[in-house]
Design a protein around this ligand. Structure first.
Ligand code: IVH
Length: 716
């Protein structure tokens, strides 16, 4: 037996290999955005390393990829002083302002008359002195600027320190704070995969850097992560996060590194400091060096030398803005030459050698005429600002959501106030601030949240610990209207043609009193609706009929049980197989289902306890709505087997194949390992097939898969 800490022997060597491999994949995925393997394959490598480290704790290193999520800071975050202040940037809002800045930089970039310049940083508060210099300067000098995106996140400083053997490790991550002092959020920063935990001696050598240095940059939350976060928050009955920047900031201050790891924050590096100084080689070289060190550096960057080139870069950034996957709010221009930066120096709060060109937000100022309240499907009351119509970014906006009572309070909004309304890409317009100045007098009337439902006048309730008020009347007409609309949605029962106009007419004519009544509608009744031709009446009728076969998961979603969204409905359907079994399930049985906790289980129990809901289920059953899930019947057939799909199958889509395997109790995985039971290969199967052959995993074609699914399974 060899010494396990000796890298040439088994586990130690394997651990080192795995670490190198994981770091390489993290870099490919999180920094270069060019993954080579699936998430599942990455997880498999990670799990192998975790197992080795668990069995051989002596092999564990703090820089190991397994150590991204470590202990949480015991008593909140420590305040730390920055090595040098993290300054802010001056803004330009128009081409004119940018041109003025450019002129000024060029004028000041020349040698300052009468003063010898070393490499010290010029702190010059007195703007007048600079104006004098400008007047004295004979001609304007050529200056190059590094144009970068202005990422809409929060800036952090990362300190690296020497480690034994010559590399560097992340020692500390600090938020900007007030610019002088920030908070030590190292444990959270470590979870960000685009932040290297260690940097090899080799890399440092390539970058000609000492092992102690500081990297500054921006932490952002990608849009996908932001949307997912808000979905989760909605499911938990929490108000949505307002924007990715706030969400990123909130996340970095979370005391639970595990949560931070799940949020998939991204770090883009843009400054490098050695001994508190920027690199002498300038900004362009700084960014290139950061990339060599393994940091993610935003690829949208360019050296520009004229106002025209700046404007071109800005225009392009504005065009690409919508497809970046993360938010930007402008472009930053930095004088490239370090020597020139030193000449220009700083004002108290910002460098003179950089400026932020801010995109004009798609916003407008208008008056809140009224605040109304909308009732949703679950009875949730949402306040809405009714605005004097205002033209923003190509459309007229006359309503904006106010989320909940707390939001109104935070804004300090009164009816009659003037407000700024913003419209981002495709989102609902939002009120961002109250404008109160000479031209915009304050409103006078505070908004009172109604104590009665605006649609049915029944009592409104706010549950302890929740932000939302709800109408608790099960027969509230608004709830019924919203429930019908929800029921027909594509992701739910998928009834095409059941839109707002139709639903409203069905209600007005007293034709439906619950979603079950949809199934009793006749083509004649439908054809009698306004603007309904016989043909569309017939197709809606067929759509409704077809939806009877949608299956348990969709019905569960359609019933509108609180917290039961797509995924939970799917898991419940799979576990219980029929509504009858689910109805009788106990708390314990419910909570045995993955992802079902006390809140969801209670919501389910409460739902089924209501006589009205039992009656509804009864009516749906009578109408012939299928409330079983195929899964239960055959759920054990492929139990314990893991399948990997690759290539194009002749008849089944990837999703169908996956669904059917899972319906039969099998699992599907993204990559082939020794644990894979079968690889199902279709046309143009790639590396997974090779891997299967290499590991001698049996390979099936579609026909063989279908045979297996049709069962019965032969006993081995
Ligand atoms: S340079 C002293 N570069 O914008 C220079 N900042 O409005 C300050 N930001 O606090 C930072 N993208 O949080 C720089 N490419 C970029 C940036 C950037 C976003 C943020 C940063 C800064 C704020 C200033």
């Amino acid at each position: 037996m060899g010494d396990p800490t000796n890298p040439s022997s088994g586990p130690a060597q394997r651990a080192e290999e795995l670490r190198a491999e994981l770091r390489r994949h993290e870099h490919l995925y999180y920094v270069l955005d060019a993954p080579e393997i699936t998430d599942a394959a990455y997880d498999a490598l990670m799990n192998e390393l975790k197992r080795i480290e668990a069995a051989h704790p002596e092999l564990l290193t703090p820089g190991s990829p397994t150590q991204r999520v470590g202990g949480k800071p015991a008593e909140g975050f420590q305040k730390v002083r920055h090595s040098r202040p993290m300054l802010s940037l001056d803004n330009a809002y128009s081409a004119e302002e940018l041109a003025a800045w450019d002129r000024r930089v060029r004028a000041l970039a020349g040698p300052r008359p009468g003063a010898g310049f070393g490499s010290e940083i010029v702190e010059m508060e007195d703007e007048q002195a600079w104006d004098e210099i400008r007047r004295e300067s004979v001609s304007s000098l050529p200056v190059e600027y590094m144009a970068e995106l202005k990422l809409d996140g929060l800036s952090v400083a990362l300190h690296y320190e020497a480690i034994e053997g010559g590399g560097a490790r992340l020692a500390r991550g600090i938020t900007r704070g007030d610019g002088q002092t920030g908070e030590d959020v190292t444990s959270n920063i470590r979870t960000i995969r685009s932040v290297p935990l260690t940097i090899s001696a080799d890399c440092l050598k390539k970058a000609s850097l000492p092992p102690t240095f500081e990297v500054r940059g921006e932490v952002v939350m990608p849009e996908a992560a932001f949307l997912r976060l808000n979905e989760e928050r909605e499911q938990q009955g929490l108000p949505p996060a307002v924007n990715p920047r706030n969400a990123a900031a909130g996340t970095l201050r979370t005391l639970e590194p595990g949560i931070v790891a799940n949020r998939r924050l991204v770090f883009f590096a843009y400054f490098l400091l050695v001994n508190g100084d920027y690199l002498e080689q300038g900004q362009r070289a700084t960014l290139d060096t950061l990339a060599v060190l393994g940091f993610r550096v935003n690829p949208h960057r360019k050296l520009v030398a004229s106002l025209e080139e700046m404007t071109q870069f800005i225009d392009q950034a504005e065009t690409e803005r919508a497809t970046l996957g993360y938010e930007i709010d402008g472009v930053v221009l930095k004088v490239d030459s370090h020597a020139t930066q030193l000449r220009l120096g700083y004002t108290g709060r910002a460098p003179r050698w950089a400026i932020a060109y801010k995109f004009t937000a798609k916003s407008g100022i208008t008056q809140v005429r009224e605040i109304t309240v909308q009732v949703g499907r679950t009875g949730k009351l949402t306040p809405v600002a009714e605005l004097a119509p205002v033209f923003i970014g190509g459309t007229t906006v006359s309503r904006a959501t106010l989320h909940n009572a707390d939001f109104i309070e935070r804004l300090g909004l009164l009816v009659g106030d003037w407000v700024r309304v913003e419209r981002g890409g495709d989102v609902i317009p939002k009120v961002v601030e109250v404008i109160a100045d000479a031209g915009h007098p304050r409103g006078t009337q505070a908004f009172q949240f109604p104590t009665q439902c605006p649609e049915c006048q029944s009592e409104v309730v706010r549950t302890e610990g929740e932000v939302d008020y709800r109408c608790v009347n099960a027969d509230c007409p608004a709830k019924l209207r919203e429930s019908l609309l929800h029921f027909g949605r594509r992701e739910v029962m998928n009834i095409e043609g059941l839109g707002e106009a139709v639903v409203q007419q069905l209600l007005d004519r007293g034709l439906v009193h619950s979603v079950a009544d949809l199934y009793a509608l006749t083509t004649e009744q439908l054809a009698a609706l306004d603007r309904f031709a016989e043909k569309s009446a017939h197709s809606l009728f067929e759509e409704i009929k077809k939806s009877k076969r949608a299956g348990l998961a969709r019905v569960l979603m359609g019933l509108g049980i609180r917290f039961v969204g797509e995924r939970t409905a799917e898991l419940l359907a799979r576990e219980f197989g029929s509504i009858g079994v689910l109805e009788r399930a106990t708390t314990e049985e419910l909570e045995r289902v993955e992802e079902v906790g006390p809140r969801i289980s209670q919501a389910i129990l409460e739902f089924f306890a209501q006589p009205a809901n039992q009656a509804l289920i009864e009516s749906l059953a009578t109408a012939g709505v299928d409330m079983t899930a195929e899964k239960k019947r055959r759920s054990s057939q492929l139990a314990g087997l893991t399948f990997v799909l690759t290539g194009t199958l002749p008849t089944l889509t990837r999703d169908e194949a996956k669904r059917r395997i899972e319906a039969a109790g099998g699992k599907t995985a993204g990559s082939v390992s020794k644990k894979t039971s079968y690889v199902v290969a279709g046309e143009e199967a790639g590396s997974k097939l090779d891997k299967a052959l290499e590991l001698k995993v049996p390979v099936l074609d579609e026909a063989a898969l279908l045979a297996l699914l049709a069962g019965p399974m032969a006993e081995e």
